[in-house]
Design a protein. Structure first.
Ligand code: PBG
Length: 326
């Protein structure tokens, strides 16, 4: 028998060597920080199921973005919490240029033009039904929803969005939004498609934060079945043909195989959304002293990167930036 001279441990013998051979690194360049916006002034309200994550009024949101910029974060995605009284069947409030969301986007872009500002396109924050699409007789209508989503995307582009993030999972929305943007001279506005967005219980804390849970039923007729992987390839193919600039997988941690398969089969940059429930689990276990929260955080973020995501939307972004400050 030939003597095997390979000893993989040699490449692990010191930190210097480990760092030399390390294949994946995390940096603040990788992250988009999702942030929650509420009405009012001087408001900072912690999300009960997401310790360390707040719902900010626009004045304080601006200050928080400034603090994040100083820590090296450059990219933000803002989600609005809309007053119940303003919600209706057709999500009209989403087009109100003087309303909470659009006016705040404008403020952010005016104050920090260098920031990458991503916005959310979907009806649920503004919908009295709490669904991402238009509801008629208990059904979520696809094509009727597309018209609303296009208007929403245009209003957000007008307000200064750099990347539009359709999170609704209606068929054909990327193509329709691309067309609408291009027709209105927004050829430079990008689309990060929520390509493979699963019908997941990991969104629970987010729906608490925005009070956006569906008023009836679930989202299984538009979000994907967690049991499926091949279907993600169909979605990715369509989004690519329709003109997406990024393909996103959501949630991230239970769907690392999906991230990897999109990375292997497509050339567009892959993003992953490390969602609210994934954040909450780490925080809850860490608070009990059952895990080392920061180490688990970095391990999770690395696993998402290793799987093939070059962009990570994560509530850990600021915390990571703080702990890894030079
Ligand atoms: C809805 C939307 C959701 C999230 C982002 N956009 C929840 C849902 O589909 O019900 C979840 C993000 C998270 O859990 O962090 N358009």
């Amino acid at each position: 028998m030939e003597l095997n001279t390979q000893r993989p441990r040699r490449n692990r013998k010191s930190e210097a060597i480990r760092d030399l051979v390390q294949e994946n690194w995390l940096s603040t360049n990788d992250f988009i920080f999702p942030m929650f916006l509420i009405e009012g002034k001087n408001k900072k309200v912690e999300v009960a199921s997401m310790p360390g994550i707040y719902r900010w009024s626009s004045d304080l949101l601006l200050k928080e973005i400034e603090a994040c910029l100083q820590l090296g974060l450059k990219s933000f995605c803002v989600f609005p919490s809309i007053n119940d009284k303003l919600k209706d069947k057709t999500a009209k409030e989403s087009l109100n240029t003087k309303g909470l969301y659009l006016s705040t986007l404008k403020l952010i872009k005016n104050k920090f033009p260098e920031v990458m500002l991503m916005t959310d396109v979907a009806m649920d924050p503004y919908s009295s039904d709490g669904h991402d699409g238009l509801v008629k007789n208990g059904e979520i209508l696809n094509d009727e929803t597309l018209d609303i989503l296009c208007k929403m995307a245009l209003a957000q582009a007008e307000a200064g969005a750099d990347i539009i993030g359709p999170s609704d999972m209606m068929d054909g929305r990327v193509g329709r939004i691309r067309q609408a943007l291009d027709k209105n001279k927004f050829t430079n506005v990008s689309i990060m498609s929520y390509t493979a967005k699963y019908a997941s219980a990991f969104y629970g804390p987010f729906r608490d934060a925005l009070d956006s849970a569906p008023k009836f039923g679930d989202k299984k007729t538009y979000q994907m079945n967690p049991a499926n992987s091949t279907e993600a390839l169909i979605e990715a193919e369509l989004d690519t043909m329709e003109g997406a600039d990024f393909l996103m997988v959501k949630p991230a941690l239970s769907y690392l195989d999906i991230i990897k398969s999109l990375k292997e089969n497509f050339t567009l940059p892959i993003a992953a959304y490390n969602v609210s429930g994934e954040y909450a689990m780490v925080k809850a276990a860490a608070a009990k002293g059952w895990i080392d929260g920061s180490k688990v955080r970095d391990e999770i973020l690395l696993s998402i990167k290793r799987a093939g995501a070059s962009v990570i939307l994560t509530y850990f972004a600021k915390e990571f930036a703080l702990t890894n400050k030079k």
